[in-house]
Design a protein around this ligand. Structure first.
Ligand SMILES: [Zn+2]
Ligand SMILES: [Zn+2]
Length: 403
């Protein structure tokens, strides 16, 4: 859930089920998915104590106003419905969208922030209890949850495993109306959370759980467009912005065999980009720096959390190249016809993945040992972490430790 994530009515044409299957197969994901660990294997451990069926009051960290500090508070979690999973949260990473929500940085058309605000949507934890109809999890399993925790389940996109583009509107795990408890819901900066099984993914054994947490939003948000536009071996890919999303975009594009160039405004990140497999890392503070790359790239992805001029970026695309925005808030500025028609270029924007794609993605990362570079923090360091993200001092994702 990054960038346009509160606008869930994008008119993007969904890929057909057959196309989705072809895309997944194209990156070896269908095979990876079939290798997903079965319930109860390896990581299954007995829970420390039966959790019961709820409801629960749980400890959380939130802020009471946009400019207020984070502090402990208590929030409700609903009693388990038949298809619900109760997750005892171990790790929850900080996405830039958490800052946007908590600090009320999103103006209209996005919904205003309700306070107290408990954000957090890159969740990994241990299953503590399951509803009576849950089949894929049992207590002790390791599970992940991301930004999206519900959708209509009936519209064309939901039926085609594209819940993130549900035309009736999906539910975020924070700051969206809670249809069970009333009011609005609370995110993952908390002790435990209740998520429908359909919006919960299995975490394969052997993963570094803290470093895997950012895959639940930053990872899938950068992976899904690479999958949709079928980024492949030998293509030239440019990653604009190298933060939490950007550094994972680099790793994921490198894993696909692309020739990756990073565009960063932070000179200290150049060496990191190359260590992650980028062929080049370009420091740019002014659009003029991009002119040397005119007509060069097949695929460009912007993970920058603020609006940047589009025209200098689209000018770097070669024939039929695509520029995808996953990080920016409104507006998308400076799209020019001349920057598109001369090379039949495309500009698009993308959300996180659907749940089938997210599960396949986690399995794919487990097989290739792809995780985020993280710094583990305690809950009382969230405010400081927010500031460090804003000053580009994160390397590259802060993960709050709730163990
Ligand atoms: Zn996010
Ligand atoms: Zn739907």
């Amino acid at each position: 859930m990054c960038g346009n994530c509160s606008d869930n009515s994008h008119p993007d044409a969904p890929a057909s089920p057959a196309r989705r299957r072809a895309l997944l197969a194209g990156a070896g994901l269908a095979a990876a998915s079939s290798l997903a660990v079965m319930p109860g294997q390896a990581q299954a451990q007995a829970p420390s104590a039966p959790a019961g069926n709820g409801p629960w009051r749980v400890r959380a960290y939130g802020n009471q106003r946009a400019d207020g500090p984070f502090g402990p508070l208590e929030i409700p979690r609903r009693a388990l419905r038949p298809n619900d999973v109760l997750i005892d949260i171990m790790y929850c990473a900080i996405c830039h969208s958490d800052i946007h929500i908590a600090r009320q940085e999103w103006g209209p058309p996005y919904p205003a922030t309700n306070f107290p605000c408990v954000p957090g949507h890159e969740i990994i934890g241990r299953v503590a209890a399951v509803g009576s109809e849950v089949t894929r999890f049992r207590p002790g399993d390791i599970a992940g949850a991301g930004a999206m925790i519900d959708s209509c389940g009936e519209c064309e996109n939901c039926v085609n495993d594209l819940e993130q583009y549900c035309v009736k509107g999906w539910t975020l795990n924070f700051n969206t109306p809670d249809k069970y408890l009333g009011g609005y819901n609370y995110g993952g900066f908390s002790q435990r959370v209740v998520v429908p099984e359909r919006f919960t993914v299995r975490i394969p054994p052997g993963m570094n759980l803290a470093a895997a947490a950012p895959l639940m939003c930053a990872g899938i948000t950068t992976f899904s467009p690479m999958q949709h536009w079928a980024v492949k071996v030998g293509q030239r890919v440019g990653v604009i912005g190298m933060g939490g999303l950007g550094h994972l975009a680099v790793k994921l594009a490198v894993a696909r065999g692309a020739h990756v160039t990073v565009f960063t405004t932070t000179p200290a990140k150049v060496a990191d980009a190359k260590k992650m497999g980028a062929r080049e890392a370009v420091v740019w503070t002014k659009p003029d720096a991009l002119k040397a790359y005119a007509n060069s790239f097949d695929f460009l992805i912007s993970t920058v959390p603020t609006s940047v001029p589009t025209h200098p970026i689209t000018s770097m695309l070669r024939l039929d190249g695509t520029y995808v925005i996953v990080g920016a808030r409104e507006p998308i500025e400076d799209i020019r016809g001349s920057g598109l028609w001369l090379q039949r270029r495309q500009v698009s924007a993308s959300l996180m993945g659907g749940m089938a794609e997210t599960q396949a993605f986690i399995d794919y990362c487990a097989r290739r040992d792809i995780v985020a570079d993280i710094e583990l923090i305690k809950p009382d360091q969230i405010d400081r972490a927010f500031e460090r993200i804003k000053t580009k001092d994160a390397r590259y994702r802060f993960v709050v430790d709730f163990t």
